[in-house]
Design a protein around this ligand. Structure first.
Ligand SMILES: [Zn+2]
Ligand SMILES: [Zn+2]
Length: 242
């Protein structure tokens, strides 16, 4: 009761507004910074989606593993699940978080994941690392922030088992093939984190990133976890899917 009262008092003093449209928030939809209208404009990915790459517009191909988007592509992770499509309000949400340090949106993100991807509860999350230079310039690693939001809401464990050993150019504007070669050898196991977290090789790991575009970054991360760490059950989760 005390918390609710405090919230109401804070709302009176500093009215909250929707990050998507700026409307003052008076509704109580359970989310702190998004209105009902904007919430409806997020294209959440619901089943059926490709069991391998998470693509929502997939056509089942009985003769191939995966869908039209991922058939013939080899991934070092078993599957990837994304929360929403990278467009409209979903795109703004990612943008706000990544480029405008929208950390106040993290509790809402945690709630969305809890609602749409409850299967992530209790999992071991491995954030995709940034190179220290980019991390320093941005001030935070968005994948780590997303992981922590999930951990809070879904009682997951965040284990930063990877480090970025090579600075890479941005993947934006690169072809599928270029993206893959751009991140080759970019990631390595963080030996001290492995020791500290004491994770058995059979444990399932969930790589966490902000956006799935071609899956190249997640593939490179999973390769490092498998080759250097000996992990065998690696899946992935991203906030959005391009
Ligand atoms: Zn709105
Ligand atoms: Zn697929």
């Amino acid at each position: 009761m005390a918390i609710i009262d405090l919230r109401s008092i804070l709302d009176l003093a500093w009215p909250r507004s929707c990050f998507g449209c700026g409307t003052a928030l008076t509704n109580r939809n359970g989310f702190l910074h998004i209105c009902q209208n904007c919430l409806r404009r997020i294209d959440f990915i619901l089943p059926p989606f490709c069991h391998r790459c998470g693509c929502p517009h997939f056509e089942e191909n009985r003769h191939a593993v995966g869908c039209g988007a991922c058939a013939g592509r080899d991934f070092a992770f078993l599957s990837c699940r994304s929360l929403f499509e990278l467009r409209d309000v979903g795109r703004r949400l990612v943008h706000e978080l990544k480029f405008r340090a929208g950390h106040h949106l993290l509790p809402d993100i945690g709630r969305m994941v809890a609602e749409f991807c409850p299967e992530l509860a209790g999992k071991i999350l491995v954030p995709v690392p940034l190179h220290w230079r980019r991390r320093w310039l941005r001030g935070f690693n968005q994948s780590m922030c997303i992981s922590q939001a999930l951990a809070k809401e879904l009682h997951c464990r965040v284990c930063p088992l990877l480090r970025r050993v090579r600075h890479t150019r941005t993947q934006v504007g690169l072809s599928q093939q270029q993206r893959r070669s751009n991140v080759v050898g970019a990631f390595s196991i963080n030996p001290s984190a492995i020791k500290k977290n004491c994770i058995a090789r059979e444990e399932e790991l969930i790589l966490v990133d902000d956006v799935f575009t071609t899956g190249s970054t997640l593939h490179a991360c999973a390769e490092a976890l498998a080759a250097e760490g000996g992990f065998v059950r690696i899946r992935a989760f991203t906030l959005a899917r391009a």
